[in-house]
Structure formats: C-alpha cells, structure tokens
Design a protein. Structure first.
Length: 582
C-alpha cells in the first residue's frame, strides 16, 4: 500500500508511506531553491515516486493537509476562480479585522462567525476544484484524493510519529500550536482506547504563534522564518529589564482553564499594531526576552491545565510554535510530565507525515503506522555525478581517501572546517550530519570563521553540537523522558565540560540545542565523531546546516559545489570524495 502525503503550506513538502512506514520525504525548497515555498511540491512528489519505483496510478491514497488553501502566496489551485474568490474574501476579511476590531473589540465574535461562514460556504466548491487541478497535475485519480484539517494533521504527526504507542502507552495528551491553519491556531486532543478526540480548539484570532511572529516583525526580522532569532536573543536580557516589558505585555495572552483555550487581548492579526502602540522606546533585547517569557509562561500553564483536567502525563506536541527549543526544554522539565515528545521540525512541513499517518489509519483502522526513526529520507546521488560535474570541478583538488570518515576526523582535529554532502539528505529544518558543516567545538574561534566564510549569522545566535549517545550525560543535563535525536530540545550543559563544546552552546545561558547521535541512525557520522574522539578525547562536534545564510540547505551536488565556490569553505566531502579548494 502506498500513501502520498502532501503539505502545500509554509515550506511545502511531500512524503511517501509504504505499508505503514514513511520511506521518503523532502521539502520542495531543496529542489527549487525558494526558501519556505508555498504550493504543490511537484518535484518532491516526483522524487518520492521515483524512489519507490512507482507511478501515480499505484498511489492508493493522496492526502493533503489543510482543507482550504493558504490565504496568501502561491497555492495548489492557483488560477481557480473559487480559490481566488476565497482568498479575496479572506484577505478583505482580515483588513476588516484590523480596521473594525481595533476600535470595537467586541466585534471579534462577528469576525469569527464571518470567517466560518465564508469557509463553509466555499469549502465544497474549492475542494472539488482542487481535486481536479491536483489530479490533472499529479496523475493521481481524483477519487483517491483526500483533504484533512490542518491541526488534525499536526496531531496525527506527533501521535503516530512518537514512540509512545509502540511502547504500550495508551493514554496520551496531544497539543498543536502554530500561527494558523484552517481557522485554528491551537488544539488539545486526548488519545485513549485507540481513539483521538479533540477536547479543545483555539481560533486563529487568538494565536500565540501570531503573537511571536508579530514580535519578530516588530524587531525588524522576517516573520515565518526568523522567530528562532528572537528566541536566541531573549537570554541576553537581564531579568529586571525584561520584566519591565513583560509587565506591559503579560495580559496579551491568557489561558482559559475551563475550556483549555488560549485567549489574546486583541485579534492576533493586530498584534503588530499593538506592539507599535505599546512598545515604542523599549530596547530590542528586552522585548525579545519578555516575548519569550510570555510564550513560556502561558504555554506551560496551558499544558499543565490539560494535565490537571485529564490526569494524563504523557505529552506529544507539534506545530510551528514547538520549533522553540527553549519552550520545549521547560515543558520537558515540567514535573507534571512523565514523557514528552516533540515531532521534529514540527512546522507545516511536518504535516506531510501527518497526512500519511491519517491516510494509513483511515485504510487500516486496526493498525498503527511505524513511528519515526532516523530522518534520512531525502535524495541521494550516485557517485557517477563526480564525472558529470566536469568543468565545475577543474579548479579543485579531488581525492578518494581509503577511509573518508577517518580523513574528516583528522581534518577536524587540526581545526579545519568541513562541509559534508553524503548519502540521503535529512528531512526538516535541522541538518543532521549529511548536509552539514562540521567543526571542532572546543575552538571558540571557529564561530567567527564559519560566520565569515559562509553563515553570516547574527552575532547573538549560537551553533549546535552533535554528541555521541554514549557521551550525552558527560556534556548535558539530559532528560531521559524526552528525545534528543532531532535537535528539538535545548539542554543545560555541565559546567565542567563546557570547554569541550564552547563554540556550540549559547554564549549567554550556556544551553545546547544538541543532536544526540545513535550509531544505528547514521553509522558513518558516528564513525567520524568516534574517530575524532580517539584523536582528541571529545565525543562532540559542532554542526550547522550546509547553506549560505538565507538560502535553503543544499539539495544537489551542484548546489554543494556552488556554495563551495561562493563561500570561504575550503573542504567539501562529496560522497566518497574529498574536494579541496586552494
């Protein structure tokens, strides 16, 4: 059985599930080089089918996240009259929100009624048209195409992606939170006795994700992309300074304990206007610190309220808000939680998994799909590509070392910085070693070197470490009730070993967004770190994504060579080859 899952929203992605297991997944930006591309991921779909060696007629079910198209930007049914009308009405509706609700807050109920009316009225016509367009574009029979609610996809992603069900845990609390999707911004669901029941939903007009995006914009950064920079900036603010701003904004978000909903003081689309009115004159780092504190306080309160209501202490979360690793750290440390799982890269790109899982459960109600393991689910390239690159490699020295992993470890132990492009690419926003830049984290100077040669990151932003699973307790205050394989958790570091990874921790609060590496996940990467450990005594490397700042992670050998040429990188590992730029 083959199920094709598609998320056409922010960072459009396709995944393919075969007999209960996701075997391929990649985001469209890796092919078209448009960061966070919205739309139908045609090249990603093509990759998934080719990887499995099948054609569109062999797809049993094509499941698409989101019942209605994205409100702005390119989308799956571009050119559709019904979709164009829907987007016109929704954008016009948003303008009405900003103008009317700002003056008359009680109009929010009318706004929600209007949104629901427009969505429900046009939903059938939009769905019919989308099915036809998608069928004609992909070759999949329109009768095998299914649309699923955005937040239900997020819930399926983390419920069935987590190891809980395979471990015999049968009562789980599932939380989703993002900017918006299908009219909602957050949900709470209860899984028990084999059934998932939504017990709370928060409308898109009360969006915590919308609040954080507004802060991102107010600070001069790009919403939907740079929220992580706000999180990275937040620790620099002294408590007394951030608390002054926190006292201004603390009531902007509240928790309705009775209904387990999040509530915002203004429509979330008006948060930027509220910032412009209330935060003028406040310092940028103080604002970042206060915003992060408000997010943490309210999200922890929300989760605790649901635990108190249900008595269930196993928690799984998904949605873009949970890209915030500092928030995840607080939740995992919460005494009320026994087990905590964050689905990796839990923004809209992860809904490609959720759609696959939903489709599998729909067709196999008595079976559960396989939970996720390693995330090396993208394209790989045959070694013959090296000859096809031809003239592009004439300026470089190319060798084929007998033991490339040992050669990389030796270079790293000598203080060199090495880009690595090998085997299948990892899916998601985090580079997990196969499309990574590696360095010795004990040398603080590599931060400046990497930034100068390629990354150009903001001065306050940290890099991250890869740590051998067997050494995690040496460097981190690790929590066994959470999973650290996917760089979705921040951890406190142990003071006596910080010198070993000083270039890969946050300069101010000394936390690390670590990737804990098990040998079975990536034997070659494990071999590099283990060899490096033999040479230096340190089982940890600095890891950052292989891309020029602002661009998607490299997707092809041509991309890798292009970045090598345009950057200050000297060493590139391309499959079994070591390429050196003089």
């Amino acid at each position: 059985m083959y199920i094709l899952g598609i998320s056409p929203d922010h960072n459009a992605t396709a995944a393919l599930l075969k007999d209960g297991k996701v075997i391929a997944c990649v985001s469209e930006e890796r092919f078209n080089r448009i960061k966070n591309f919205f739309g139908l991921p045609l090249k990603s779909i093509d990759y998934c089918l080719k990887f499995a060696g099948i054609n569109p007629a062999q797809i049993d079910l094509l499941v698409i996240a989101s019942e209605v198209p994205p409100p702005i930007g390119p989308h799956t049914t571009k050119g559709s009259a019904n979709t164009a009308l829907y987007n016109f009405l929704k954008l016009g509706h948003r303008t009405l929100i900003e103008q009317v609700e700002w003056r008359y807050p009680h109009a929010r109920r009318i706004n929600e009624f209007g949104y629901n009316l427009v969505s429900k009225t046009l939903k059938g016509a939009i769905e019919k048209n989308r099915k036809l367009v998608i069928s004609n574009t992909t070759g999949v029979d329109k009768n095998r195409i299914l649309f699923v609610d955005h937040h239900l996809c997020h819930a399926y992603t983390t419920l069935y992606g987590a190891p809980f069900l395979k471990s015999g845990i049968d009562k789980i609390l599932v939380f989703t939170a993002d900017a918006e999707g299908d009219g909602l911004s957050a949900t709470v669901s209860l899984y028990q006795s084999g059934k998932l029941q939504r017990i709370s939903k928060t409308s898109q007009n009360n969006s915590v994700g919308g609040f954080y995006s507004a802060i991102t914009t107010y600070l001069g950064m790009k919403a939907g992309e740079h929220e992580y920079k706000v999180m990275g900036l937040a620790p620099y603010a002294a408590k007394k300074d951030l608390d002054k701003v926190f006292n201004i904004i603390k009531n902007w978000i509240m928790v309705d304990h009775k209904n387990l909903k999040l509530k915002t003081t203004v429509n979330s689309h008006s948060f930027l206007r509220l910032c412009q009115e209330k935060l003028v004159g406040q310092r940028f780092d103080h604002i970042a610190g206060a915003a992060q504190k408000l997010l943490e306080v309210r999200m922890v309160e929300w989760v605790q309220a649901a635990i108190k209501r249900t008595g269930i202490k196993r928690v799984a979360v998904a949605g873009g808000v949970f890209m915030n690793v500092k928030l995840n750290k607080l939740l995992a440390n919460n005494a009320g939680i026994e087990n905590f799982f964050v689905f990796p890269s839990p923004g809209d790109e992860s809904n490609a998994f959720g759609t696959c899982f939903y489709g599998y459960k729909k067709t196999n109600p008595d079976k559960n799909p396989e939970p996720i393991g390693d995330l090396y689910l993208g394209p790989s390239f045959d070694i013959s590509y090296i000859s096809r690159l031809g003239k592009k490699l004439q300026a470089f020295k190319i060798t084929n070392p007998r033991n490339i992993e040992l050669e990389i470890a030796k270079l790293l132990s000598k203080g060199e910085i090495v880009a690595r492009f090998v085997d299948r690419s990892e899916w998601g926003a985090r580079a997990l070693g196969n499309r990574s830049i590696l360095a010795d984290p004990s040398n603080l100077k590599v931060v400046e070197e990497i930034n100068k040669m390629i990354k150009n990151r903001d001065f306050w932003m940290p890099f991250a470490p890869i740590i051998l699973d067997e050494d995690k307790d040496k460097y981190l205050k690790y929590l066994d009730k959470s999973t650290g394989y996917y760089m979705m958790m921040a951890y406190d570091t142990k003071q006596d070993r910080r010198d070993d990874l000083v270039a890969a921790i946050h300069p101010y609060d000394k936390t690390a967004r670590a990737q804990i590496l098990q040998k079975e996940f990536n034997p070659k990467l494990w071999e590099i770190i283990n060899r490096f450990k033999e040479l230096t005594g340190r089982g940890v490397l600095l890891n950052t994504s292989f891309n020029i700042h602002g661009e998607p992670i490299v997707g092809s050998p041509e991309d890798a060579i292009d970045v090598l040429k345009r950057s200050g990188l000297k060493y590139l590992v391309l499959g079994p080859y070591l390429i050196v730029k003089s």
